[in-house]
Design a binder for this molecule. Structure first.
Ligand code: DLL
Length: 434
């Protein structure tokens, strides 16, 4: 049941009340993990910490970090804190290498999670009258069922579309009167392209709200999606280890993502694991405060962001993080310069001649070389070589300005590069260890 213009009253708790709740729940989760997960008991004992040592919020810094590797090493259920019969669902996340991470939920976990996602959808204006087309994978990925049940709980009409068969998806949008969609930003870009090829003007579909996430994207991509579909596009952040989507989400301000501090303890740390001050960039560390099945203490997400001013005109009191700047794992280091693929995307998506797709190839000859392959927009292609060269140089110059790095730019024809229905993989690293 909604609480005024909010989904739950917890969204507007006073900051002090949130902090008190955090401390109470932090004590609970540390004890829960210590008592029920041998991995945590050993780890805390080794660090000389007992649950009784947690008496202030700051004491969280005494706890050791949990990493993705720890989840993989304990595949599949080694970190679960409840007997198997208490688990009512699992999801998995494969990541880039090794064994998948398996995450589990008790019935209460699912109830908390669905309400967190419902907070997010309600926050961006999704209501009973909406038709919500959920265009992400419904299987192991948390984005499918995660958003599905939340939109249902609000009472929207949910179209469980999944991914692929894009022409049919577009036809359904028209036939069903879809008003809100959920997709990865790269799939949304592809949907836009397919709509255009069907001679459907994306902005005639009648979409009003787009929820996009699960991968890094940029503000300029947001502008492209909003202009093409005539909707408002919101950034959605989450990770399977912390339930899935619904960890943080933009409000109507579109200026930072509220992160639900009654369910997660938020820290930002530097490379050495030391806290940075508010406003400084670092890695996001999350501690689940309510998860029963899979409590996780001080999880190193690998995602880089910073805490923004916490006053928000929407009235919600939960802190805001900046959109994810990149993942530590995805950072490209070329000739000593650090580059995130989303920075490249940001530059390209503001150049009108550039199409919606690009690819980054890194090679090593003597020095590392970064080549950006860019699809051109069809309508700017004059056939004149001199015009092409002018565009190529412009792209190269803009990239240099933003990245401080010389790149090779290759212009390619529309339709040349791979399209993605889920998370995009745009970087190909061909460097061999010398
Ligand atoms: O991607 C959960 C999700 C589903 C989020 C639907 C949003 C929408 P995983 O597959 O476990 O979970 O991947 C989590 O994806 O650590 C980030 O690196 C990245 N990621 C997720 N959302 C964003 C975002 C889901 N909005 C990993 N911006 C995270 C940038 C994101 N990166």
């Amino acid at each position: 049941m909604p609480y005024g213009k909010y989904w739950q009253k917890e969204e507007v708790l006073a900051k002090k009340e949130i902090e008190e709740l955090q401390l109470k729940r932090l004590k609970w989760v540390v004890r829960h993990a210590y008592s029920n997960v041998p991995f945590y008991r050993q780890k805390l004992k080794k660090a000389g910490i007992h649950p009784d040592d947690i008496s202030r919020r700051e004491d969280i810094a005494k706890l050791p970090f949990t990493t993705k590797e720890h989840l993989r090493e304990n595949y599949p259920f080694g970190l679960f804190a409840v007997p198997k019969e208490e688990i009512v669902r699992i999801h998995t996340s494969s990541g880039t290498s090794g064994k998948p991470k398996v995450v589990g939920y008790t019935r209460r976990d699912l109830e908390n999670w669905v309400n967190m996602v419902a907070r997010c959808l309600y926050m961006v204006g999704i209501r009973r009258k909406d038709v919500f087309q959920n265009m992400v994978s419904y299987t192991f990925f948390t984005g499918g069922l995660g958003l599905h049940y939340a939109a249902e709980l609000i009472g929207a009409m949910v179209v469980p579309a999944g991914t692929g068969n894009t022409e049919r998806q577009i036809r359904y949008m028209l036939d069903f009167g879809t008003t809100a969609i959920h997709a990865t930003p790269s799939y949304a870009m592809y949907i836009k392209e397919v709509a255009e090829s069907m001679e459907v003007k994306p902005d005639e579909i009648g979409l009003k709200i787009g929820c996009f996430g699960a991968e890094p994207w940029s503000d300029n991509t947001r502008k492209r999606l909003e202009n093409a579909f005539g909707l408002k596009a919101y950034d959605s952040y989450g990770l399977s280890e912390m339930n899935g989507p619904g960890v943080a989400f933009e409000c109507e301000e579109q200026h930072g993502l509220h992160i639900w501090a009654d369910h997660y303890f938020i820290e930002i740390v530097d490379d050495e694991g030391n806290p940075v001050s508010d406003g400084e960039k670092g890695e996001l560390i999350l501690t689940s405060l309510t998860k029963e099945a899979l409590p996780i203490l001080r999880y190193k997400t690998g995602d880089i962001t910073y805490i923004m001013d916490d006053e928000c005109s929407c009235g919600r009191t939960h802190p805001k993080i900046h959109r994810i700047l990149g993942r530590a794992d995805d950072m490209i280091v070329v000739r000593g310069v650090n580059v995130f693929p989303s920075q490249i995307e940001h530059v390209l998506m503001q150049i009108p001649e550039v199409g919606d797709n690009f690819q980054v190839v890194i090679t090593r000859n003597i020095l590392d070389e970064l080549t950006v392959r860019v699809e051109m927009r069809e309508d700017v292609f004059t056939g004149e070589l001199a015009d092409l060269e002018k565009i190529r140089q412009k792209v190269q110059k803009e990239l240099h300005k933003e990245l401080g790095l010389r790149t090779n730019v290759e212009l390619v024809e529309k339709g040349t590069l791979e399209r993605f229905r889920g998370k995009a993989k745009r970087v190909i690293d061909l460097r061999k260890e010398l």
